[in-house]
Design a protein around this ligand. Sequence first.
Ligand SMILES: Cc1cc2nc3c(=O)[nH]c(=O)nc-3n(C[C@H](O)[C@H](O)[C@H](O)COP(=O)(O)OP(=O)(O)OC[C@H]3O[C@@H](n4cnc5c(N)ncnc54)[C@H](O)[C@@H]3O)c2cc1C
Length: 304
Amino acid sequence: MMLNIPNIKKNKPLAPFTTYKIGGSADLFVEVHTIEELINAAQEAHHNYVPYFLLGCGANILVTDKGFRGLVIRNLANKIAFLDNHRVFAESGAIINDIVNLCCDRGLSGFEHFAGIPSTVGGAMWQNLHFLSPDRQRTMFIEKIALASRIFTEKGQIQTVGVDYFEFDYDSSILQVQKDIVLDVTFQLELKLKEEIQAVVESNLAWRSAKQPPLEEYPSCGSVFKKIKMHDGEIGAGRLIDQAGLKGKRVGGAEVSWKHANFIVNTGNAKAADVLQLIELVREEVQEKLGYTLEPEITVVGER
Ligand SMILES: Cc1cc2nc3c(=O)[nH]c(=O)nc-3n(C[C@H](O)[C@H](O)[C@H](O)COP(=O)(O)OP(=O)(O)OC[C@H]3O[C@@H](n4cnc5c(N)ncnc54)[C@H](O)[C@@H]3O)c2cc1C
């Protein structure tokens, strides 16, 4: 495979670039720092029929033990700029927590709801980033503050699109159906007292540290299964997994977290195969004991 991409590497282990710290190597790997480099890498792969995967923080994926046959493009294009009318522009590799902090300093409200979530802007658009904020009674979605975006379409064109283009839903967007690349996004925020914004940030961070296993100690990819929607409401997958008595259940180095049953954590030396087997086991037991069918929300990347 000869791709005309500067600084391309061969056989690069992917585990360090994921929050799970699991997975094999990519045949080819490149870190891009600008939108031009991002487009060039995707175009080169496309023109040479090399499969490629665009990587953000690696916080919503499980890389298989065999790794990825093709090119992984790690997106580090991360410019952030403040525009008039309380808008902020961010390249798709910008880190959500960096935007949270910058907005907080400027008294701009909107991003504080996502404090503490590991994500790039691109990853956030891919799955319509969301959290029970500000009061745990409502869910705030990134679509509520996204205004417009530049994308690199499957057909190789740069287009500016409005928020409707993304067909956002719970945990989903058009990006999961067609292979557009988000280049940048402009967000509409509003002015608020800095102290009020900071209070939401702190309350969200406190909730996370009380309810979720810390990433530094227990690498994970956040919630593994989607909420179950019913005609009269919804049930969190964590509650069902807990009810089925599966907290602490292990396969190899993978464990259903004691702290949050919808997290499967890497206790140190988990293989992707351990996580996948545990996912299956949890699905089977919840189905058998409680009659609910759980659907994973994480993406498995690489050769099986
Ligand atoms: C501890 C923890 C807590 C979490 N809490 C939450 C939470 O509260 N709410 C929530 O919604 N999620 C949560 N998550 C999941 C995760 O943070 C989000 O899904 C996040 O948006 C993933 O972003 P990423 O940059 O890591 O994307 P990656 O995992 O790197 O990629 C995910 C998908 O997005 C695609 N993608 C990435 N960039 C682009 C782009 N520029 N254009 C098109 N596609 C792109 C990738 O190709 C891939 O298919 C949590 C995860 C962890 C580890």
